[in-house]
Ligand binder design. Structure first.
Ligand code: CP
Ligand code: NVA
Length: 303
């Protein structure tokens, strides 16, 4: 049976670490200049309803490096659900390709795509989740610290797709996740309660970001206004103003803490230049690791 990657919950604890091991190996091989093409002759259809830098480039380059090819389908090409029903697109694309990666607005659309496609579907971000991002982020921490378990991770800002995927990870791997989130912007209720019920991780929500970053070994943030929420930008700037990751906030965390951001960043809003470009920041290492981790996911699903 085909396997999709729509959420981190689609993976078991063991599968997460198998992907990390493979990502590390693929990264080392690439740095050595080894050619490795297990996806020779295979194609990935990439459907984008929203803009992208990292997701698009890392998937396209990743497929090329593995010997395959990626087909970019932008917002004006397929027009999912407008020009044609999601189910018909899924069935048609399945006849030409070996896999689908999609970045969509509604999470229900990626579920439908996966239901009707008979090839693996990978979630490249929806309004609800961003699993490739958080898997690559967790790999980045694992690679740098040697372990993820029981690490103090503080997520500061909007309880949106990236935060929801962190909660999914917390329901699989034991971490201490402190969320510093203003009232009204909490993560998805069901995902939060599922993560808490799993009893794997310690999860706490704070309304004061200083409390959330206390002892944090990782501080993570994301934009205050996500793609599709542009009309709320001014209101959000007001409501999130005390949740900026600046040098002062970082000073309350562990002195060796790592600062992460999925990017793109709105410099001067959720994070200051001095933090993003400062000694704690590992944002470009995490961006690079999207490539290695997604190659591992592609190998696991497409071979
Ligand atoms: N972090 C991330 O997914 O970046 P893009 O939106 O540029 O793909
Ligand atoms: N929360 C952001 C993540 C971008 C990678 C968004 O959805 O726009």
């Amino acid at each position: 049976m085909k396997k999709d990657f729509l959420s981190i919950c689609d993976l078991s604890y063991d599968e997460i670490f198998e992907i990390f091991e493979l990502s590390r190996e693929l990264k080392a091989r690439l740095k050595k200049g080894d050619e490795y093409q297990p996806l020779k002759g295979k194609t990935l259809a990439m459907i984008f309803q929203k803009p992208s830098t990292r997701t698009r480039v890392s998937f396209e380059v990743g497929m090329f490096q593995l010997g395959g090819h990626a087909v970019y389908l932008g917002p004006n090409d397929i027009q999912l659900g407008k020009r044609e029903a999601v189910s018909d697109i899924a069935r048609t694309i399945s006849r030409y390709n070996d896999g689908i990666m999609a970045r969509l607005f509604g999470h229900e659309d990626i579920l439908e795509l996966a239901e009707y496609a008979n090839i693996p579907v990978i979630n490249g971000l929806t309004d609800l989740l961003h699993p490739c991002q958080v898997l690559a982020d967790a790999f980045t921490i694992w690679e740098k610290r040697g372990s993820l378990e029981e690490l103090n991770i503080a997520f500061i800002g909007d309880g949106n797709n990236v935060c929801n995927s962190w909660l999914n990870l917390a329901s699989k791997v034991p971490i201490h996740l402190s969320l510093g989130i203003p009232e009204g912007y909490d993560p998805d209720k069901e995902i939060l309660s599922m993560a808490k019920k799993s009893n794997i991780s310690e999860i706490t929500i704070y309304r004061n970001p200083k409390m959330a970053v206390k002892n944090a070994e990782v501080i993570y943030t994301d934009v205050w206004t996500s793609m599709g929420q542009e009309k709320e930008a001014e209101n959000r700037r007001q409501n999130f103003r005390n949740f900026q990751v600046d040098n002062k906030l970082v000073s309350y965390a562990d002195p060796n803490c790592m600062v992460m951001h999925c990017l793109p960043a709105r410099r001067g809003e959720e994070i200051t230049d001095s933090v993003l470009d400062g000694p704690h920041s590992i944002v470009f290492d995490q961006a690079e690791n999207r490539l290695h981790v997604q190659k591992a996911i592609l190998i696991k699903l497409l071979t």
